[in-house]
Design a protein around this ligand. Structure first.
Ligand SMILES: Cc1cc2nc3c(=O)[nH]c(=O)nc-3n(C[C@H](O)[C@H](O)[C@H](O)COP(=O)(O)O)c2cc1C
Length: 191
């Protein structure tokens, strides 16, 4: 269906996520990351509220991120196993580039639901920009996204972590995942 590999449609059709643990250097340089974030911000947004924001976590900050997540986890689950802690440590260290996307709803007559939809769209745009530059991205939430302590390290009480978006170069071919049967997700309205 998307045979013309030079077409923009083909670019959209070939995007797929990489597992963040399989993403290695090179990651985007500073200019490329700025481009990625500019595209992410170019997102449908009812009321021009920019109800999202992006927090870039540097490679040199991963140890601090791991400590933040692990300390928060231990407070919530004092009997955490070594395996659980190692998984959180690995979470914080994977992939060369990392952007935390925050849902940051603004006081407005625009429903929060619509503002959150815009945040999801910003994440998707970010992943498309990543792909257009020849990298792969992975959008993870997991336990850290739902921890108020972790959220407080990046944002304020009314904000939520929409995801940790990891970016890098795949160290192995990306898996394609089954896509929905279009007949199940598309229908024609029959009034
Ligand atoms: C909001 C959100 C959170 C996600 N969190 C996780 C996660 O924590 N762990 C995971 O394995 N996949 C997670 N995923 C799924 C992957 O990001 C990704 O969509 C999927 O692995 C492959 O889909 P793709 O190739 O179309 O991008 C999440 C997806 C979304 C939209």
């Amino acid at each position: 269906m998307f045979n013309d590999t030079s077409s923009p449609l083909s670019l959209l059709a070939t995007r797929r996520s990489g597992k963040p643990r399989d993403l290695v250097a090179p990651g985007p340089d500073a200019d490329q990351l700025a481009q990625i974030l500019a595209i992410a911000a170019r997102t449908p947004d009812h009321g021009k509220l920019a109800p999202w924001r992006f927090v870039v976590i540097g490679q040199d900050q991963r140890t601090a991120l791991a400590a933040l997540i692990i300390d928060a986890y231990r407070v919530e689950r004092p009997t955490a196993s070594r395996t659980e802690i190692e998984a959180l440590d690995q979470f914080a260290h994977q992939a060369p580039a990392l952007v935390v996307v925050l849902s940051s709803p603004k006081p407005s007559h625009i429903p929060v639901f619509e503002q959150e939809l815009s945040t999801g769209a910003a994440c998707m745009n970010l992943l498309h920009a990543v792909h257009a530059l020849g990298f792969a991205g992975g959008w993870l939430t997991g336990w850290p996204s739902y921890s108020d302590t972790v959220r407080d390290a990046f944002g304020e009480g009314h904000e939520r972590i929409a995801g940790f978006l990891f970016v890098g170069t795949p160290s192995r071919p990306l898996d394609e995942r089954p896509r929905p049967d279009m007949e199940r997700v598309v229908s024609r309205w029959r009034p």
